[in-house]
Design a protein around this ligand. Structure first.
Ligand SMILES: [Zn+2]
Length: 530
């Protein structure tokens, strides 16, 4: 027996929730070839003594907005340093493909908040082209992608706030089918964002028919994560039930104090649906603050026609008055300012034309401008021309724990990488170690076996990644070693790029990419075409 790599004396958590066992693992040709107790004279090119650390499958982050970041930084230490070996992109309706020549400008604006300072040359058109662009990069992690419903709608209808014609509907369904043919894992939607917000339930069901013969999954950032969250979840269940396709709820939460506790009702609906045979699961990131664009604070009608139109409306005094009034009073749309309940809980993260506000709360920004908070926010949105992200403190800790414990819930980051110099939500660097440190070791919300399963075997099975997520002979050698006594997230809103502690080794496709906590300079990630 000889191996490329052996890891000895590990506490092995195999990704199935089986209680850990002590053993050695042998890797050859990028695959796990041996699990058990190796004789002491065994030959291997490389030997790691785990010294009783945890060995488990590499973490699989099935909800990441890393699309454009990969063009700027294909290695992404933000992921590797927390043990993530596979990420799935193209989330919340936003994917870089397919692209239509006529609406490329609109798409470029639409994807703005995920651009992370990359300057895409848009030299791809289809999802297949886009995956080929990714294949030419030195990827740190393995990467698969959804196709975005918003991206598809822009390709066919721009930002039109109306129902599609029969012709437009079949063009969108065709793009879903083509994207699946070319290797997408499914269709994602972001139904609070224009143009997804303009799409009716019937429209969504019609275009999801493009997933039916491909075992594609439909994942939705539901129409409301606050007052309407129960209906939003029911809508996704209906899509899965009517079409018989797997569906998933993105970054599940109940935003706003008025709505805290609604996750009990939504997850009851999920359980009832599963009992009826609906193939539905949920994902979540382990924080009480969410993050999206800053312009998401505006009522939906302000977004119609794209960012150019939005800015025109914000410049108009009468409209400005009406928008302020609606932000202060309305609950019929995803009103982030109302969910926060104050301006201290609104963090400005990425506003490149006004960098003096990055890292500040909206309250602090208003103290600088001397204007009221909403005028300050509107001016920042105007100045930044579609590049604006913010964090919002909207969830309760009790809900976060309730969702995390639920057996249908997977851990996923929803990370939006920051542009150079900007701040970001700490989940980009902290998600997985935060679960292992805070929610396993410190608060005992989950057992270690359950937590690891929610990051490995469960997401792998969910996405149909049948060679990943388990420590088993023949599986891809995507492996993490960490110290269960010290593993911990360190990133905060003030210091969002602080790498986690306790992640000792990360192995991607059999190659050691993190050794004793340091990046080795090797990139071994592969593109996943389903
Ligand atoms: Zn989302």
């Amino acid at each position: 027996m000889s191996f490329d790599l052996i890891i000895k004396n590990a506490r092995i958590y195999d990704g199935t929730r089986t209680p850990w066992f002590r053993g050695d693992v042998g890797v050859t040709g990028g695959k796990i070839e041996y699990i058990g107790k190796l004789p002491p004279d065994i030959v291997a090119t490389e030997v790691i003594d785990a010294n009783n650390s945890v060995l488990c499958p590499g973490f699989i982050d099935i909800h990441a907005h890393s699309d454009f970041m990969l063009l700027r930084d294909s290695v992404m230490l933000s992921k590797l340093s927390q043990g993530v070996t596979t990420q799935i992109i193209g989330m919340c309706g936003v994917s870089p493909a397919p692209v239509s020549e006529e609406t490329l400008d609109l798409l470029d604006q639409y994807v703005g908040f995920t651009k992370a300072g990359a300057k895409p040359d848009w030299n791809w058109r289809s999802v297949g082209d886009w995956l080929s662009v990714l294949e030419k990069l030195d990827l740190g992690t393995n990467v698969g992608t959804y196709v975005g419903q918003g991206t598809i709608r822009i390709a066919v209808m721009g930002f039109a706030d109306r129902n599609p014609t029969t012709g437009e509907l079949s063009a969108m369904k065709q793009l879903v089918e083509d994207s699946m043919e070319q290797g997408a894992v499914g269709l994602s939607s972001g139904l609070i964002y224009p143009p997804g917000v303009y799409s009716s339930r019937d429209e969504i069901i019609s275009i999801c028919k493009g997933l039916m013969n491909k075992h594609g999954i439909y994942e939705s950032h539901v129409r409301s994560e606050s007052y309407g969250v129960v209906d939003g979840v029911k809508e996704t269940i209906e899509v899965g039930e009517r079409l018989g396709i797997p569906v998933q709820i993105s970054h599940h939460k109940a935003a706003g104090k008025d709505n805290w506790g609604l996750v009990k009702l939504t997850l009851d609906e999920v359980e009832k649906a599963r009992a009826r045979g609906v193939d539905i699961t949920v994902n979540q990131y382990p924080y009480t603050a969410c993050s999206t664009t800053l312009r998401a604070i505006l009522p939906p009608w302000v977004h119609e026609g794209g960012v150019g139109k939005l800015i025109e409306r914000l410049r108009n005094t009468d409209y400005r008055k009406r928008i302020k009034e609606e932000i202060k009073t309305q609950t019929s749309w995803e009103n982030f300012i109302k969910h926060c309940g104050n301006y201290n809980g609104v963090y400005l993260l990425y506003t490149p034309q006004t960098p003096e506000f990055e890292g500040k709360s909206l309250k602090e920004a208003a103290e600088i401008t001397g204007k009221d908070e909403l005028d300050t926010a509107f001016d920042i949105i105007i100045e930044n021309q579609g590049l604006d992200t913010a964090g919002y403190e909207v969830m309760s800790e009790e809900d976060v724990k309730y969702v995390l414990k639920h057996p249908s819930v997977i851990v996923a980051s929803d990370s939006i990488p920051a542009a150079p110099g900007a701040k970001s939500h700490p989940r980009a660097f902290g998600t997985n170690p935060r679960v292992l440190g805070k929610y396993v070791r410190e608060e005992k919300t989950l057992s270690m076996e359950e937590a690891i399963w929610k990051m490995t075997g469960f997401p792998a099975a969910r996405m149909g990644l049948w060679t990943k997520g388990l420590i088993r002979i023949g599986m891809d050698a995507d492996i993490v070693l960490f110290d269960p006594e010290t593993v911990k997230d360190q990133a905060t809103f003030a210091d969002p790029f602080k790498e986690a502690q306790g992640i000792e080794y990360v192995i991607v496709c059999g190659k050691i990419v993190v050794k004793e906590g340091k990046y080795t300079g090797i990139s071994a990630g592969k593109v996943i075409r389903k």
